[in-house]
Design a protein around this ligand. Structure first.
Ligand SMILES: [Zn+2]
Length: 426
């Protein structure tokens, strides 16, 4: 669809059954917004466009967060499933570079596996720096560009000798290794030698989050008088006003960024209610499907009995009978799997998550003030991805859906117009 939209600039409207049919992941949401389309979510009775009211956009943003694939990635259920897979020695997720997903396993990919081996071979000689390996790679495989940092990650990934890291633990894999453990160890040795100990710098929490408002350079940090952390422009594009700012001041200024997404108490209840309304239809729909699947599943055993009866009475040949039974059994297994899946994904979990997100946004500033600088930076990285700093104030670029919250906070435009059915009661 995206391809079609790119080539058909005159298309301005898209009809979609409902939110979770539109986005396979969060990236799609961001991508589609760039097209400035009018999206009609038919079953939800909602139209989303650039001109939508901010509360509509916000609810939409939350629905996207709740949409199946995105939430699946976050949900504990999935994590548990992946954990179980990892314990069986099966790579739990999308195949890493060099492998492809085949059924529940990963297998060496015909094109990528030789590349991985080549990378290990190059770097393992110890004759090349990572930069040089990257250059060799670009020369050898000009059609498949990858970043230097990506090569580094490949070379440090134990998956290629047969183990794999999952959720902080190393598991013994069942997949085919691409390199030997010895070769992998050699490469790690080369890394150790290459990374001669640097002058130990303190870890500055707010670097990489700010650009200078005057010249667009990154804001970096240094230690003054041995104990104060100062942030300032790198000035790498020539002379700059280069404001120097103490970390404590920056922490306070960043607080304003967090304040910008605090959903007021008066709105929290209303938002949660609006989300619950939206969820009702979905639950009913899923329950209808579940009933259908259950009915079909239950109808299979009598069918098998009937076949065996026919077989006994000599009405059908033996091989045909068992062939049919096998078909029915495998259909039954797949139906059972579906039922299990439905039962696992409790609808309310998603709703809880959305409610928690709203509550988090409601308490964000309170939480922010109580955290140390590193945790503050973590929270900030969740809600914004780049901000500018002019020495006086931080001007944030919020991530989705916090951008919409920020807009609403600024304009006070939370409540829907009179004609909407999402009006809070009382
Ligand atoms: Zn500057």
């Amino acid at each position: 669809m995206v391809k079609f939209l790119r080539s058909s600039k005159d298309v301005k409207t898209v009809l979609v059954e409902k939110t979770d049919r539109l986005y396979r992941n969060f990236k799609d949401y961001v991508l589609l917004e760039d097209f400035a389309l009018e999206m009609h979510l038919v079953k939800e009775g909602e139209v989303i466009s650039k001109n939508s009211k901010s509360h509509t956009k916000f609810i939409h943003g939350i629905k996207v967060l709740m949409a199946k694939n995105y939430i699946d990635n976050l949900s504990e259920e999935t994590k548990k499933g992946m954990q179980a897979k990892a314990e069986q020695g099966l790579w739990p997720s999308n195949a890493p570079f060099g492998y492809k997903n085949v059924d529940k396993r990963i297998e060496p990919d015909g094109e990528e596996a030789p590349i991985v081996r080549q990378l290990f071979q190059w770097y393992g000689t110890g004759n090349y720096s990572l930069n040089q390996v990257h250059a060799l790679y670009k020369k050898t495989y000009p059609l498949n560009p990858i970043a230097r940092s990506y090569i580094e990650r490949i070379l440090k990934n134990p998956v290629y000798y047969g183990d794999f890291l999952w959720a902080g633990r190393l598991y013994k894999g069942l997949h085919l290794p691409l390199v030997s453990k010895r070769q992998w160890d050699t490469v790690q040795e080369v890394f150790k030698k290459a990374n001669k100990p640097k002058i130990t710098k303190r870890n500055f929490p707010f670097t990489g989050m700010l650009t200078c408002a005057f010249c667009g350079c990154a804001i970096t940090a240094s230690i003054k008088k041995g104990r104060y952390i100062y942030y300032h422009c790198t000035g790498s594009r020539g002379p700059c006003q280069r404001p120097f700012t103490r970390q404590e001041v920056l922490e306070e200024k960043f607080g304003e960024v967090i304040k910008g997404i605090v959903i007021p108490d008066s709105v929290v209840g209303w938002l949660v209610k609006a989300l619950q309304e939206g969820q009702k239809g979905k639950v009913a729909h899923q329950e209808a499907i579940l009933r259908k699947v259950r009915a079909e599943c239950e109808s299979i055993n009598p069918k098998i009995d009937a076949l065996l009866e026919d077989r006994l009475q000599g009405k059908i040949p033996e091989d045909l009978c068992y062939q049919k039974i096998n078909q029915l059994r495998s259909r039954q297994a797949s139906l059972k799997e579906q039922i299990e899946l439905y039962e696992k994904t409790e609808q309310n979990t998603n709703l809880d998550k959305a409610s928690r997100l709203i509550e988090l946004a409601n308490k964000a500033y309170y939480l922010y003030l109580r955290q140390d600088a590193h945790k503050k930076a973590t929270l900030l990285k969740i809600v914004q991805w780049n901000s500018t700093w002019d020495g006086v104030s931080v001007c944030p670029t919020y991530r989705k859906p916090f951008d919409v919250i920020a807009q609403s906070v600024k304009s006070g435009d939370w409540l829907p117009s009179q004609d909407s059915n999402l009006e809070p009661s009382g």
